[in-house]
Design a protein around this ligand. Structure first.
Ligand SMILES: [Zn+2]
Length: 241
């Protein structure tokens, strides 16, 4: 399984960049996780849009859905040019008004994201996170390897069993340690490290990064709790598990 960061920012993208998003590849199947601001542009550095097989939206905040509309227009244009139209599947939590906007004519179609299901080669489990709106963390498994995406979340102990023994933990780290207890709905680098250590994850990468401070401090915070491999997610790098 290959995991490629498409964007790493929380809230909004820095110049020529995009908000937190990941492309996951296995056996020629291409799954995009979240489609926020700048993602559609960045994605095309790594894959053409017509090769996308499915999309998962973790929740309906702007920095996770802003480019869904442009993605639907891209599919519209591709389908107008192609001899046979292909509908792109978008999986998301159906308990939200935003769910209906994910279906666009016969170009994209919304499917409910269940607590457990199969999408392409992946067995996927989800769990609700600690966030101001309903948000789903994802655990993808294929060929005995697993990766967990925390999506957006504040600390919650129930994430520990959900992340247990994941080969790769992709955790949000939107805060520095000094903000713990002051801002809800997001974790610090230290808390991401605490989660990785408690779950005995094989490797930790940090995403949904803040726009201020020294990002390397997030890694130092995580390393204070977790003694294995920690790094900031690097756009375009292929993480193979
Ligand atoms: Zn959010």
């Amino acid at each position: 399984m290959n995991i490629i960061p498409i964007g790493i920012w929380g809230g909004y993208p820095k110049a020529n960049s995009s908000t937190s998003s990941f492309l996951v590849e296995e056996d020629g199947f291409h799954l995009l996780i979240d489609c926020g601001s700048g993602v559609l542009s960045s994605l095309q550095n790594y894959i053409s849009i017509e090769k996308l097989d499915a999309v998962i939206i973790t929740h309906y905040h702007h920095d996770h859905i802003a480019d869904v509309g442009p993605l639907q227009f891209a599919k519209l244009i591709q389908n107008q040019l192609a001899s046979n139209a292909k509908t792109l599947a978008i999986y998301a939590d159906e308990q939200d008004l935003g769910y209906e906007t994910l279906t666009y004519k016969n170009h994209t179609n919304a499917y409910p994201l269940q607590s457990s299901q199969r999408i392409g080669p992946f067995s996927i489990d989800t769990t609700l996170t600690n966030h101001p709106v309903r948000c789903l963390a994802l655990r993808l498994k294929s060929k005995e390897k697993s990766v967990v995406f925390t999506a957006d979340t504040g600390w919650q102990a129930s994430l520990i069993p959900f992340c247990k023994n994941a080969d790769l933990l992709v955790s949000e780290a939107n805060l520095y340690q000094s903000f713990e207890g002051k801002i809800s709905g997001h974790m610090s680098g230290r808390q991401a490290g605490e989660l990785a250590a408690a779950a005995q994850a094989g490797q930790l990468i940090l995403t949904h990064l803040p726009h201020f401070g020294e990002l390397s401090d997030l890694v130092l915070e995580a390393k204070s709790e977790y003694k294995k491999d920690v790094s900031l997610a690097e756009v375009g790098k292929v993480y193979r598990i």
